[in-house]
Write a protein that binds this ligand. Sequence first.
Ligand code: PLP
Length: 384
Amino acid sequence: MSPIYLDNAATTKPDPRVIETVMKCLKDDYGNPSSLHHFGERAYNIIEQSRRRVAELLNAEQEDIIFTSGGTESDNLAILGALKGQEEGHLITTSIEHPAVKKTFYYLETKGFDITYLPVGPDGIVDEEDFKKSVREDTILASVMYANNEVGTIQPVENLADIAEKNDIIFHTDAVQAVGQLEINLKKSNIDLLSLSGHKIYGPKGTGALYVSEDRDISQVLYGGRHEKGKRPGTENVPGVAGLGKACEIARKEMSSYVQEMIRLRDLFIEGLIGEIDLVRLNGHRKKRLPNNANISFPGVQGDILARRLDSEGIAVSTGSACSSKGFEPSEVILSMYDNRPRALSSVRFTFGKWNTEEEIYHSLDILPQIVKNLKRISPKGRF
Ligand code: PLP
């Protein structure tokens, strides 16, 4: 059997229609969008067509989209750009954010901001009441991810954005994992700032966008030309932007059948696994999770060793745990959900995508029980 890629939350294999769009642009549309001649005009038109496609996926206004180099830059630009000029105040975020948000807040803490890191329950979801209670007179901004990248849990961001609006707090959401899988309608939302990334939706790496609501302004954090309304200087990555636009157009047109298929494969996998292997536990809410995410703890097995064994069998998955100088560190997200180190250390993330087939799921389910059984036999007792 050919290799099986079950790590679609890490990145996705680009759609051939995206590749074709990028290649055509690289070959034929190489003008600088700022140039006044017709080469420039063609490139400019490609950028604006992509801006419209991104906006359509989010049901947003075209002029509220800024192109960036990806999710990380969008998160940084949103948070740092919204706070520019301020030197103190209170900010709210969660304990399960991606490093692109979390580390931006760590930096802001060193600059004198006071930060509340909201916990999540065992379901991996932030509590609205906790959010409400954390609001203070001096709260300036809140950032809560739309859906988590490790366990896929969906946060109540629309309700949190409403609370933020009532308290005149800027609300940012990292929607990198949610875009293309969840319906987002920014015209009906109080979300002020939203980040997305191209390579999670079958688009090119190094591409992304930030939505900035017309009611809120952000300052630039890089200095240079007047590109992207002065918010993000630098000659645009025209082929990348073209690919991102195409990926958004495909995502919008095919979302409902895509989501249905992801749920089908995910549930086939989860139910199959629970039926086959004793004691496996799904991490995070069973329903309020991304259509393509199954994060599973295998008691008695170290997650990274299982991931490596699966890789040697041709199946690519990932763990939220990481090697560090102190040894093997458990996933911070799962630790903050269950406060249970063995559970966090034994977790593996399986994320499905549009190139996966039912046969691949059955094949994975066929070989997993034996691998897990063998690993349990050699694991140090009681550690996982
Ligand atoms: N935010 C989330 C939730 C992510 O999953 C990722 C990527 O893994 C990022 C931000 C960063 O996106 P990029 O790789 O485009 O910088």
